[in-house]
Ligand binder design. Structure first.
Ligand code: ATP
Length: 239
């Protein structure tokens, strides 16, 4: 059997004395979508940050694409194709859509840049139509789409999308999920940290439910039972 694209084993992460993750293990196969759910403070963003090298792992291990990246610096993890998009992650409002993409492409070898930008715009035709528009003029949904397409310029293997639909109107949320679906179509593996639990579960293949830094439940997204979710997220969150 092939090794999973991402494999986390018994991970512990501390902020000073506080244990934010306490023995988390999960596997994610190439091409799949994993929803990471859990109440505020459960450790979802910490998991994303630790996997991407942005906070140190106290114990346990992270393997990505067949190599051990547990202690690797964030910029190297990113270069290997694991891209973390933190909540509200930035586009440059004063630059046009095309300029934002060209900036993202500046990390690539010179000869690859133009093609990478064109490919990203091909996947998001709605952005291609707005290529000359300043990012600050885009709607919330379009801005998230730009943020995803900036990540796409780097030909990622795995994207961790942290609360991309936070604070967006329902139509904009549809736009974000549409954009994620295009990424999936481009064979990008996705970790989705989401407040819209049902939406996330409909979209994802697998799900992990975190509670107080531990895995409370994990399994196929379509078998995440109402009772399990309600127990950890509260009735209001799953209604
Ligand atoms: P949310 O949905 O609110 O973003 P989360 O599930 O992403 O929550 P984390 O942000 O990972 O949770 O936080 C996990 C725990 O670690 C919480 O108790 C939080 O208070 C704590 N924590 C997070 N970041 C830091 C930090 N920089 N320093 C100290 N403690 C932190």
């Amino acid at each position: 059997m092939n090794e999973p694209l991402l494999s986390v084993r018994d991970m512990r992460v501390r902020y000073g004395q506080a244990l934010a993750l306490d023995g988390v293990s999960l596997d994610l196969e190439q091409g799949r979508v994993l929803a990471v759910l859990g109440p505020n403070g459960a450790g979802k963003s910490t998991l994303a940050r630790a996997v991407s090298g942005l906070v140190p792992v106290a114990s346990g291990s992270v393997r990505f694409g067949g190599s051990d990246i547990t202690k690797q610096a964030a910029h190297r993890v990113r270069r290997e194709g694991l891209v973390y998009l933190p909540e509200g992650s930035g586009v440059f409002p004063g630059l046009t859509v095309a300029e934002n993409l060209r900036m993202a492409a500046a990390l690539l070898p010179r000869g690859r840049r133009r093609a990478a930008v064109d490919e990203a715009l091909e996947i998001f035709p709605a952005l291609a139509r707005r290529r000359g528009t300043r990012a600050g003029m885009l709607s919330g949904g379009e801005r998230q789409m730009l943020s995803l397409s900036r990540a796409l310029v780097l030909s990622p293997k795995l994207i961790i999308a942290d609360e991309m639909s936070l604070g967006l109107a329902p139509m904009m949320v549809d736009m974000v999920f549409g954009a994620l679906d295009r990424l999936r179509g481009a064979d990008v593996t996705i970790v989705l940290i989401e407040q819209f639990v049902h939406r996330a579960l409909r979209f994802a293949d697998d799900a992990v439910l975190l509670s107080r830094g531990r895995v409370a439940w994990q399994g196929p997204a379509d078998s995440a039972q109402q009772e399990v979710l309600a127990r950890y997220l509260g009735e209001a969150a799953v209604a």
